[in-house]
Design a protein around this ligand. Structure first.
Ligand code: GRF
Length: 200
């Protein structure tokens, strides 16, 4: 299965997917896309000789129509948002309906929505005094963090002393859950039973 990974930050989840390729030879990362020109995650992409694209209005960027054309010419079958901070435009959503997923570093539907990314999420979880946090992988729709949930894994945070400690525990889970779920997509093992998404 040919996939594109969208990133805005350091790209540790991108690296986790690339490192798991031995286990999942059926997953081929064809492109890494960012809303930034010099996204740190591009360094990871380049180490693996993967095409990179910056989307936006700045010099050196492509626009959304060009992005769609490029993704189509690469036969992309799944788009994985791994720390991508921008909303996906409707046109791209409709081209890839049901084929865009996102990883969120908390247990949705709590601690999601606009502005809830990176350390903002872990700070909110810490301040709430919640005793568990975790990872959610979900389908992407028109709004932030509201699409149907594909997979979740929780982690005990009852004894943490800082948001950074939550981030560390959650990230460790992200790095195994995301490659696992991408592999399940490649195996055709993500399904619907009625209205619920199931991982077989
Ligand atoms: C991860 O915590 C992911 O869940 C969130 O942004 C972070 C990206 O980290 N959406 P990285 O760029 O993959 O290291």
């Amino acid at each position: 299965m040919k996939i594109a990974i969208f990133v805005s930050g350091r790209g540790s989840n991108l690296k986790a997917i690339l490192d798991s390729r031995e286990n999942k030879p059926q997953v081929e990362v064809k492109a890494v896309v960012s809303d930034k020109i010099d996204c740190p995650a591009f360094t990871v992409a380049k180490q693996f000789s993967i095409l990179t694209y910056s989307v936006g209005n700045n010099y050196g960027c492509i626009n959304n129509d060009e992005l769609i054309k490029n993704l189509q010419s690469l036969d992309i079958e799944l788009i994985v948002l791994a720390g991508y901070l921008k909303l996906i435009p409707n046109k791209l959503l409709s081209f890839y309906k049901g084929k865009i997923i996102n990883i969120h570093p908390a247990l949705l539907p709590s601690f999601g929505g606009k502005g809830m990314y990176g350390m903002n999420v872990h700070k909110a979880v810490f301040e709430s005094s919640a005793k568990v946090s975790g990872v959610t992988i979900h389908f992407v729709d028109e709004t932030y963090d509201t699409g149907k949930i594909i997979a979740q894994q929780c982690v005990d945070i009852s004894n943490v002393v800082s948001p950074e400690e939550i981030a560390e525990r959650v990230l460790k889970i992200e790095h195994t859950l995301l490659p696992f779920i991408v592999g399940k997509f490649a195996e055709g093992k993500i399904d619907y039973v009625g209205n619920r998404v199931v991982v077989n």
